[in-house]
Write a protein that binds this ligand. Structure first.
Ligand code: RAM
Length: 895
């Protein structure tokens, strides 16, 4: 085995060394070797690797086979396209395995070897569901009741070649086959707008089955389906009764198939999970556990028969996004005792997930874990900001040796855990905090010479991990954890630097469209769990509902994914039409707005005595977003070749800007709200006539100086604060804001309170160590982390050219120095390969190393005016910019 790997490595190495173009990272629908593709024309992508410079793809050829049959041979296609090439062969069939191969010709006359990968199809037609929806039929199976379990034993009496399971639920499922857990995903099938869109997952269970008797066991928790959601205590939003839909297709070695489906031959029983709920947590009693219930020999004669349910199957689709998986494991860094004598474990990092605990005790002993994000000044666990969420895991021991527990259908947002019920000295090694989040692949890396900025980057990334739980949530701890559109919108570009979130958002955007109102308004949370509450209105809020337009386009920019824009386009258009309808004379000045949510207010903290609150007129903000939306619609319509609409939106945009100027600006360019956000948004979206922009920048900078270089922006102003300063030549001020470490600022939570995630408010913990209003104080809210994309784009200097080269087909490398940084390194695994930009300053010399992936080009802009000193290796460039093809480059220059 080892020998083989060595040989393979050696071959790869020699090929690359000899300038051969190699292919790697073959994906189908953004996933590597997926087994449950549900789309009929999946998209293929691959990356080129070469040790040579200036390598581009000149042509490609794809072949797809099912068994021995070639179902698609593209032939040699002259094209640079190496991402998202659509399948164009004979119709794919369900439940099949395909092997696909690709080779390319590069622009230097070389042909790559064939690279091979596979994909499997799921059920491509909804009438292929042979399974029946089943429910436990147990009285105890209610939202506050006992989690039911199901079982089915069956005979597989021939040699098994392969087997796949297609499964979903109303509620959350966990499947075992013959005593082993099926797959490594958690909280499946995830959360969608269940009444309109439900995903099923596909598992390869070939290795779990054996010839002869087999058994299936399933736990079915309430999850998001019927746990209470939102702070109004509403339960059973999607229905009172959960259900399971399960279909297994076994292929025997002799070519025959057999299907095992959920139906009324299945049996049900109460499990040992006596309570399970999203916000409150889980209660388990190990004394009630029916061990081996998923083993064929288990005696289920006492179990009852399940009931069939007439839930529909026609709206169920194969999952398109990565499932939730377990990620980081953390051990306690300290065992603390609170002033009240409580025992508290400190995991050193605020995260979302749960704790796995191994303990030994007597039957009936109860261990209780209560999860909190913070301790107060005195070291007492702070529960208040969880509002009504209990966030507890409670385990009753069976007394049989060492017992290991972890929850199944809930998660917690925490750094500290209060432990009750352990007699004797606590052993921290018995506890492991596990971070759970969607299995989005890490793509970005960012580091500088400043440890605080690095911590900020780490906090942004951790808040992303903590809130990318199948849905982009606002927070992971209190009785909320909802898909707030505004938070996702402001953070989406940053999110796309840290991880590949293309499929994650593509899936969520389907629900944005599904839950969109008839008049085009988009709800404030998606899935719309606030249905019927105060916040469920047929209106759109600027910056929130606008996620429907902004996020699809951001996915195109970051990943070159045009299809997501195509799919969302009707929803995007309907939303813009809603705004047009809400506007009068091109002014969007009606309806409910969150506007610049949580901007600085004097009554919040005593941090800045004598400073004015920074309240920006709601409709001034809305008008800027009206322009932003329209501008994106121009770009989206251009991308999709909708020429008439391009023209229509162009003239709309002009009118929207005019209306802004008449309504919110004096003749000399002063805005009716003298706030940072007002000027930032007006500048970002080109709302001001060109001749009045310089004075607006001056006013903005003056305002910032007035607050002694503190930001005062809320959710909508913050993402554009530093980008606007950089764009208008005030990078010095942007760096000052970034490095500010007293309230309000990005570094204040880190410097003053050792924050490990991004907070909801600039002063979630105040300078005096007390907490903000517990009714809305989260310590894990990514919105203010939206500065992350500026850090990648400006400090490391990595960006994509939007118009000619979205998805980093055409790259910009433009590092901007400042803040006394002596080095910065950024890298991004794009759909074409790794882009990296790393610089350092030594003796007033600026040294820059850049890597540009094959099949792309990059324009590098150097941060010095002494252009005569700019050298590539030894050669003098004598130019401020240089456009290069793929390869590694080294530059040095004087500053
Ligand atoms: C809070 C949420 C979220 C924000 C809304 C307006 O409740 O936590 O961050 O988008 O309000």
């Amino acid at each position: 085995m080892k020998k083989h790997i060595l040989l393979l490595l050696f071959t790869c190495f020699t090929m690359i060394a000899f300038g051969q173009t190699e292919l790697r990272n073959l994906t189908v629908e953004n996933l590597s070797n997926p087994i449950g593709i549900g789309v009929k024309t999946p998209r293929f992508s691959w990356k080129l690797v070469s040790s040579k410079r200036n390598v581009k793809q000149a042509a490609y050829e794809i072949q797809v086979k099912e068994g021995k049959n070639t179902v698609w041979a593209s032939g040699k296609v002259a094209s640079e396209a190496s991402i998202f090439t659509k399948y164009a062969g004979s119709p794919l069939v369900s439940n099949a395995k395909y092997i696909w191969q690709v080779r390319v010709w590069d622009n230097q006359g070389k042909t790559s070897k064939w690279a091979t990968a596979s994909f499997g199809t799921a059920l491509l037609h909804s009438n292929e569901w042979k399974a029946t929806w089943i429910g436990s039929g147990l009285k105890s199976d209610t939202v506050n009741g006992v989690v039911p379990m199901f079982r089915k034993s069956f005979l597989a009496n021939k040699k098994i070649a392969s087997a796949k399971v297609y499964v979903t639920s109303r509620g959350l499922y966990e499947v075992q086959i013959n005593g082993k857990r099926m797959g490594d995903s958690y909280l499946s099938p995830g959360w969608t707008s269940y009444d309109k869109h439900l995903q099923y997952q596909t598992y390869d269970v070939s290795n779990l089955l054996s010839e002869g008797k087999n058994a299936i066991g399933v736990l079915l928790g309430s999850g998001w389906y019927r746990s209470r959601l939102g702070w109004e205590n509403k339960q059973n939003i999607y229905g009172k009764e959960t259900g399971l839909l399960f279909q297994m297709v076994i292929k025997y070695a002799d070519g025959t198939t057999e299907t095992v489906v959920s139906d009324t031959s299945w049996k049900a029983s109460n499990s040992h999970i006596t309570y399970s709920e999203i916000y409150n947590g889980e209660v388990q009693d190990a004394r009630l556990e029916q061990k081996n219930y998923s083993v064929a020999s288990f005696d289920d004669s006492k179990w009852s028969t399940v009931v069939s349910k007439d839930f529909p199957t026609n709206y169920i689709t194969a999952a398109i996004n990565e499932p939730i998986r377990k990620h980081e494991n953390l051990k306690p860094i300290a065992v603390l005792t609170s002033p009240k004598g409580e025992t508290i474990l400190d995991f050193g990092q605020n995260l979302a997930g749960w704790v796995k605990v191994s303990v030994q005790g007597k039957a009936g002993d109860i261990i209780k874990l209560s999860h909190v994000e913070m301790l107060d000044k005195k070291g007492t666990p702070y529960f208040e900001n969880l509002r009504s969420a209990k966030a507890q895991a409670i385990y009753t021991l069976s007394g049989n040796g060492i017992e290991t527990f972890e929850p199944h259908f809930t998660t917690f947002g925490f750094r500290y855990v209060k432990v009750e019920g352990i007699t004797g000295k606590i052993n921290p090694d018995d506890f492991t905090a596990i971070a759970l989040y969607s299995d989005i692949k890490k793509t970005g890396a960012f580091e500088t010479s400043n440890a605080y900025i690095n911590k900020l980057q780490s906090n942004i990334r951790w808040s992303q991990r903590g809130n990318f739980l199948d849905v982009p949530t606002d927070c992971p701890q209190r009785d909320e954890r909802l898909g707030w559109t505004g938070d996702a919108e402001v953070f989406s570009r940053t999110a796309a630097y840290n991880f590949n979130v293309d499929q994650f958002f593509a899936k969520w955007l389907i629900d944005v469209a599904a839950d969109q109102k008839e008049n085009g308004a988009v709800p404030f949370v998606i899935p719309n769990a606030l249905k019927g509450s105060f916040f469920d209105m047929p209106v759109g809020a600027a910056g929130w509902s606008d996620a429907s337009i902004i996020i699809p386009y951001n996915m195109y920019v970051s990943f070159g994914d045009k299809e997501v824009v195509e799919r969302q386009y009707p929803s995007m258009k309907a939303y813009l039409n809603y705004v047009r309808g809400a506007a009068k004379n091109d002014l969007w000045n009606t309806g409910f707005q969150f506007a610049d949510w949580l901007s600085y207010r004097v009554d919040d903290s005593k941090g800045m005595i004598g400073m004015k609150s920074a309240i920006t007129d709601n409709y001034l903000v809305a008008q800027c977003f009206y322009a932003y939306n329209t501008e994106i619609m121009i770009k989206a319509a251009t991308l999709l070749g909708k020429t008439d609409e391009v023209q229509e939106y162009q003239s709309l945009l002009e009118r929207v800007k005019k209306a802004f100027q008449t309504e919110y600006m004096t003749a000399s360019g002063k805005l009716i709200s003298e706030t940072q956000t007002a000027y930032i948004l007006a500048l970002q979206f080109d709302m001001l006539p060109e001749n009045l922009r310089a004075q607006a920048v001056e006013r903005l900078v003056k305002n910032i100086e007035g607050y002694e270089y503190h930001l005062t922006t809320g959710f909508l102003g913050t993402p554009f604060l530093n980008p606007v300063l950089t764009r208008f030549g005030r990078n010095d001020v942007a760096y000052k804001l970034l490095l500010q470490d007293t309230y309000p600022s990005w570094l204040y939570p880190i410097k003053a309170h050792g924050a490990t995630t991004i907070w909801e408010r600039w002063d979630s913990m105040k300078p005096d160590g007390t907490f903000q209003d517990p009714s809305m104080t989260s310590f894990n809210h990514y919105a203010y982390g939206a500065v992350g994309d500026w850090m990648y784009r400006t400090i490391a200097g990595i960006d994509t050219k939007e118009a000619e080269g979205a998805g980093y087909k055409s790259i910009i490398i433009k590092p901007e120095i400042g803040g006394n940084l002596t080095y910065a390194k950024g890298s991004l695994e794009t759909n074409y390969g790794l882009v990296s930009s790393s610089w350092r300053i030594e003796n007033n010399k600026f040294i820059l190393d850049v890597e540009v992936p094959a099949n792309t080009n990059a324009t590098i802009e150097f941060p010095t005016n002494k252009i005569e000193t700019i050298k590539e290796n030894k050669a003098v460039l004598n130019a401020k910019t240089k456009t290069v093809g793929s390869g590694k480059y080294h530059f040095e220059m004087e500053l």
